[in-house]
Design a protein around this ligand. Structure first.
Ligand code: FAD
Ligand code: SF4
Length: 581
């Protein structure tokens, strides 16, 4: 197949997925074949666990309602080996939501618990103008990057702390368990089905095969983060995205470094004109962070460093992993990491559409929280506090419904709108859309939009789907350094340090067409931070090529879903085991 101008739209090559049959189950199994719980929460990240934490606080003071929820009042289903294993963030957190959730804990105690690493006291923003040059940007000009008073955390460590709190409060946390289907009965969500374990490459049952089980619940919370299979199915089944803007996505790659001298500030950079391009044809937009982390337990000085790119770019050779390696060659970074050692790496996508792209948040029997509902302010790169707050509001709405004896969760949406989530996301509702027309236009409009708290530009600004961008094979790759294995790294050695434990004979959870135009194959090859997609050396230079999918390397970042493929839920326990990301 040939394509005019070598431009290929990923959406023209949809993944082989049979929705809704694959992700929706009609009706529950017989009573004696299922597990019954009070509330089931899919996803043990900060949002899902905040929901569990708050529900258990409320139930602790109300034994009667607790009793009515049965032997397992709250169950959390998490696909990672342990909560935190699949969670990754920058992360500078606005502290209020966590302070409200655990009012008895001080910030010193957060640090002793090992998930917080110090309050931000200084900050700098730069524009990178070349491989050795930079321009300081006054913080007054970019108030979205104000972080004074916020806390540097690890969401992976925070999730493990929240898991301990939830278990102490009486939650049943099923780790290494994927929820693979949403169960709908008479137009209402009545629970989820857990995935089979022990299937081989072609889906055949192996010696250790264990079938999945229906988990029946009075309320279901979808807290899957971005690209949740069940959240996507729920959004389609209940038309939750009707009348909203499409969701758009970003991909971040992060490393944690142990460094000999402490970094004294939070740093953000604009990465245009270097190492990303300004020209509109590249469609690129991105940014970086450098956050100081003081580990109270070990006394180590650490630095969190990351590169985020919007996934609506057009140059197929855009690679967040390689851009991060390139960024590290800038003297600004070299001075900070010199003499240090990389101790962690990871990658994850995040929803970038904000206010107008959020779906309706409730459906009969279920709600969406956190990234699953698109609650990230990407102008400031902040979502952790919204995730926690939405989990809390969902818990309060569910508890009130259980007390009333009905299952109407529709007031949750109003509670979100009235909360800091609604207020903050509304203020940046139109800030980033103009970047889809190019970096220069976007930069001109972003400032007034932030200063006017969203009044400029007026109305509702449109988003365009990431998979609708025509791809070409450009030259962004020319700037990537050759990895030296000490300071700059290739993808496979990076995946290695995530503790990725996907079985070699696990079924393939990545759905893509395997015979596609080279432009699309190159897009996947460069984009995937884990090196999952390969193009054979003898493939033709132009036209269609075969793609090899090394899915056992996948770190479940989710980016493939933005560019024409689909990440589906893998077997529970597979994937990375992040500790400090
Ligand atoms: C690169 C990057 C940098 C960021 N930086 C910042 C920052 O500095 N400050 C900030 O405030 N925010 C930041 N954010 C945003 C913030 O990290 C997120 O908003 C927040 O962590 C989302 O939490 P969550 O619980 O909704 O989702 P997640 O953390 O993604 O958790 C979802 C959980 O659900 C599990 N799961 C998913 N599907 C299933 C299933 N079907 N069955 C079982 N388990 C399932 C996953 O394994 C995961 O543990 C950043 C995000 C990224 C990606
Ligand atoms: S294959 Fe896995 S790691 Fe690679 S882009 Fe897709 S989801 Fe991310």
């Amino acid at each position: 197949m040939s394509h005019a101008n070598g431009k290929v739209v990923p959406a023209a090559f949809p993944p082989p997925v049979h929705s809704p049959e694959e992700f929706i189950k009609n009706g529950l199994d017989a009573e004696d074949e299922l597990i019954e719980v009070g509330v089931v929460i899919v996803g043990g990240g900060t949002a899902g666990l905040a929901c569990a934490n708050r529900l258990l606080q409320l139930l602790a003071d109300d034994p009667e309602t607790m009793e009515r929820l049965g032997e397992v009042p709250v169950a959390v289903v998490e696909k990672a080996k342990t909560c935190g294993g699949h969670n990754l963030s920058g992360a500078v957190m606005r502290p209020a939501a966590l302070e409200e959730l655990f009012p008895e804990l001080t910030r010193e105690q957060w640090r002793k618990e090992g998930f917080a690493f110090g309050e931000v006291t200084k900050e700098s923003v730069y524009m990178l103008t070349g491989p050795k040059s930079k321009l300081p940007v006054p913080i007054l000009a970019v108030p979205n990057f104000k972080n004074h008073g916020n806390e540097v955390i690890s969401v992976s460590a925070l999730a493990r702390f929240q898991q301990r709190q939830a278990e102490e409060g009486g939650a049943y946390v099923l780790t290494e368990t994927s929820a693979t289907k949403l169960i709908v009965e008479d137009g209402r969500v009545v629970g989820v089905r857990s995935g089979d374990k022990g299937r081989g490459k072609d889906g055949e049952p192996l010696g250790n095969f264990e079938p999945g089980t229906d988990i029946k619940a009075q309320a279901t919370v979808l807290a899957e983060g971005c690209w949740g299979s069940l959240s996507g199915a729920a959004i389609r089944e209940f038309d939750l995205a009707e009348g909203r803007e499409p969701q758009v996505w970003e991909l971040g790659v992060k490393e944690v470094w142990k460094v000999p001298k402490p970094l004294d500030r939070v740093i953000h950079t604009f990465v245009q004109p270097w190492p990303l391009k300004v020209a509109a044809q590249y469609g690129q937009l991105g940014g970086t962070w450098l956050y100081p982390m003081k580990d109270e337990k070990t006394g180590d000085d650490l630095v969190s460093i990351g590169f985020v790119v919007d996934l609506n770019y057009r140059d197929a050779t855009t690679s967040a992993h390689d851009l991060l390696q390139t960024f590290k060659t800038h003297p600004l970074v070299k001075d900070i990491l010199a003499g240090g050692e990389r101790v962690a790496w990871g990658a994850k996508a995040l929803p970038g559409g904000g206010y107008w792209s959020m779906p309706k948040l409730s459906m009969p029997g279920a709600v969406l929280v956190g990234d699953a509902a698109g609650m990230v302010d990407t102008a400031a790169l902040k979502g952790v506090h919204h995730s926690i707050k939405s989990g809390v509001l969902a818990a309060e709405s569910i508890y009130a419904a259980l007390k009333r004896g009905n299952q109407d969760l529709s007031n949750y949406e109003e509670a979100v709108e009235q909360s800091t989530i609604g207020t903050e996301l509304y203020q940046v509702r139109n800030t980033r859309q103009a970047f889809q027309k190019g970096f220069l236009i976007g930069s001109l409009l972003a400032g007034p939009s932030i200063m006017s708290k969203g009044k400029v530009p007026p109305g509702r600004q449109e988003w365009h789907r990431d998979d609708a961008e025509p791809m070409f094979i450009g030259d962004t790759k020319k700037r990537y350094p050759k990895p030296d294995g000490k300071y700059t790294f290739d993808k496979l050695s990076s995946v290695f340090i995530t503790g990725n434990a996907t079985r070699d004979d696990a079924p393939n959870h990545i759905r893509v067409q395997k015979h596609v135009p080279r432009e699309l194959a190159e897009t996947w090859r460069w984009m995937c931070p884990a090196g999952v997609y390969e193009i054979p050396d003898d493939a033709p230079e132009h036209g269609d090529v075969d793609v090899i999918v090394n899915y056992t390397n996948c770190v479940q970042c989710g980016a493939i879903t933005a560019k024409g493929g689909r990440l589906t839920t893998p077997e529970g326990g597979d994937g990375p085991l992040y500790q400090i990301t």
